[in-house]
Design a protein around this ligand. Structure first.
Ligand SMILES: [Zn+2]
Length: 381
């Protein structure tokens, strides 16, 4: 029955997103190559890397500050997505991530719910129902908007304790991120750490052991809190993102050897550098994220059975690279300390990569992932 509901949901949300597009995007944009004209062997594994707030200028600055190269360039297919939400041309991270995770446009602030605040199934729930292990690795708190949309259903992104409770009962098998504070000392008195341990999790944190020293037990669910609150900047000593991406892949590959796996990695603080109008912050976070991209691409190249998708939810800062910049030195400009509505780049590598060329709504990322993993056809009556 659950599978039938998923199938119905996929059809309904497809129609819904088309309506959302009509309301907000008045100009007809050139469409992507129709998906059904492209044939490929579906990959087993899918790795989605989200550079929060990572627009074209953030990528360009990272490249020019890194000897004119990035791992991102190893992708052979690129596209652009239209990031608007239902209530604003300028999306926030919650509506943006819900578009990727659930395939629907919704209002800014919504976590895995539609405009009427009804929960909508997400890709983690769908692939978990197929027996695939799932993971999240982020440099924000694990309850922050982007990761939350992949396991939680709450009307507003600020409901951190409710979001943490959703993680405790979710299908996530592996996570690394900050935010112990939402799991202990809660207003409702629940000890989520204890509940998760009883539910098969091995949990530890940065106060106990640094990430590079953790022995990850492959036969249990795994969670690592990289900070009690938000993790620090990479420039202030945070160093786990590339390694955690590598370890997540090892763990998920081991546990998903037959059925495949799904991993979402977020470079959360590229966005925070944009909000702060701090070009050095943007570039250092961009390059840290690009190392995680490199780890994912190294695996995908060897494995041959993995699709890697790299994108952002929106651009932040109206960041630009002004005259007077040169290789190794950026003269930055900013037009806002908030997000912008610019189209957002998408990069893909691996089986199904061709689907990601073109210009399409952010919700199409979800529908393309569903097509790539052949989820519609794997759904049993
Ligand atoms: Zn964002």
């Amino acid at each position: 029955m659950y599978m039938k509901r998923i199938l119905l949901f996929l059809v309904v949300t497809g129609l819904f997103s088309a309506c959302g597009q009509r309301q907000l995007v008045e100009t007809e944009l050139p469409g992507p190559v129709p998906d059904d004209s492209i044939s490929f062997t579906p990959p087993q594994n899918l790795i989605l890397l989200i550079g929060d707030g990572m627009g074209i200028a953030q990528i360009t600055a990272g490249m020019y500050m890194n000897g004119n190269k990035l791992n991102l360039e190893r992708c052979r297919y690129t596209g652009l997505h239209i990031p608007c939400s239902t209530d604003n041309l300028v999306t926030d991270s919650a509506a943006g991530a819900t578009a990727f995770a659930c395939g629907i446009k919704t209002y800014n602030g919504a976590i895995g719910v539609d405009p009427s605040q009804k929960p909508v199934p997400n890709i983690v729930e769908q692939v978990s129902a197929m027996g695939m292990p799932t993971g999240l690795v982020v440099t924000s708190t694990i309850t922050h908007a982007t990761p939350a949309a992949f396991y939680a259903h709450q009307p507003h992104r600020d409901m951190y304790e409710a979001i943490a409770a959703d993680l405790a009962k979710s299908d996530i098998d592996f996570f690394v991120g900050g935010g112990t504070v939402d799991f202990v000392g809660r207003q409702d008195g629940r000890d989520l750490i204890g509940e998760m341990r009883n539910n098969g999790f091995f949990l530890t944190d940065s106060a106990t052991v640094s990430f590079d020293k953790v022995e990850i037990p492959f036969d249990k669910k795994f969670g690592y809190f990289s900070s009690p609150n938000s993790p620090v900047k990479v420039s202030e000593g945070r160093n786990y993102l590339p390694l955690a991406t590598k370890k997540a892949i090892q763990y998920l590959k081991h546990n998903g050897d037959k059925k495949g796996f799904f991993l979402m990695v977020e470079g959360s603080q590229i966005d925070w550098g944009g909000h702060a109008n701090d070009s050095d912050y943007i570039v250092s976070e961009m390059l840290d994220f690009d190392k995680a991209v490199g780890a994912a691409l190294d695996f995908a190249e060897k494995d041959g059975n993995t699709l890697v998708i790299i994108t952002a939810d929106h651009e932040t800062g109206g960041y630009s690279i002004l005259a007077g910049s040169r290789m190794g030195k950026i003269r930055p400009g900013f037009t806002t300390d908030s997000h912008t509505a610019s189209l957002v780049p998408v990069f893909a590598y691996g089986p199904g990569q061709e689907l990601f060329a073109g210009v399409y709504e952010n919700t199409a990322i979800y529908h393309k992932m569903v097509r790539v993993l052949n989820l519609n056809n794997k759904v049993q009556p």
